[in-house]
Design a binder for this molecule. Structure first.
Ligand code: ITT
Ligand code: NA
Length: 213
């Protein structure tokens, strides 16, 4: 069997493919449905955007569809980039440009979280506490409604990228308890501790309770 995830983000697809493989499901993403329109993410919250993406695609397909809206919330920037994480550096945004913009903004703000947690032993400064947040929405056609969950992963934004795994802002989020950045985790390790892994475990528990599968 397979599950449709209403995402065009290859980093998310890789993580969901890994997680659902354990349940014997493969993942179909928006790349597999080039005829479908891109959902318009105009919600104010991660949860609202996840519902928009799952509902738009789910109603068009008349099938259950999962969506993920996520981002990085940085304390020294009042929670930015938040729901604007993917588009932080403007039109033509890329992970590299978004990361560069984040470092510029934190430098401009004079952000400094030194001493708040153990920094990388081989150098690198902590600029601010922050967290990844992930909202999941599963569109359920029988109810024209949703099953929803959320997860978070706390860390500190570094003054320079570290690691080559993951995607997005992973190279900039330092996880003091693990002594690594999020980009220095394997897919398995990230799943165990990440906002997405937590949200997915909560969604599966919620599904179990609802008696849907
Ligand atoms: P879809 O809407 O098609 O799923 P998107 O990339 O536009 O793809 P979002 O609107 O949810 O998705 O934006 C999420 C952004 O937040 C993403 O582009 C990353 O920059 C960041 N992000 C989310 N989860 C992340 C993670 O696990 N690691 C690093 N960055 C993450
Ligand atoms: Na979004």
């Amino acid at each position: 069997g397979y599950i449709v995830v209403a995402t065009g983000n290859a980093g998310k697809v890789k993580e969901f493919a890994h997680a659902f493989a354990g349940l014997g499901l493969s993942v179909r993403s928006l790349k597999d449905y080039p005829e479908l329109p891109e959902p318009v993410e105009d919600g104010d919250t991660f949860a609202a955007n996840a519902r928009i993406k799952a509902g738009t695609i789910g109603r068009l397909l008349g099938a259950p569809v999962l969506a993920d809206d996520s981002g990085l919330c940085v304390d020294a920037l009042g929670g930015a980039p938040g729901v604007y994480s993917a588009r932080y550096s403007g039109p033509g945004a890329t992970d590299a440009r978004n990361n560069a913009k984040l470092l510029r903004e934190l430098e401009a703000a004079g952000a400094d979280a030194s001493g708040r947690a153990a920094a990388p032993p081989d150098g690198g400064r902590l600029l601010s506490a922050g967290r990844f947040v992930c909202a999941l929405a599963l569109y359920v056609p029988e109810r024209d409604g949703y099953i929803e969950s959320e997860g978070a992963m706390e860390g500190f934004v570094l003054d320079a990228p570290r690691g080559s795994g993951g995607f997005g802002y992973d190279p900039l989020l330092w996880l003091p308890e693990l002594g690594r950045s999020a980009a220095e985790l394997s897919v398995e390790e990230k799943q165990r501790v990440s906002h997405r892994g937590e949200a997915l475990r909560r969604l599966l528990a919620e599904l179990e309770r609802s008696g849907i599968r």
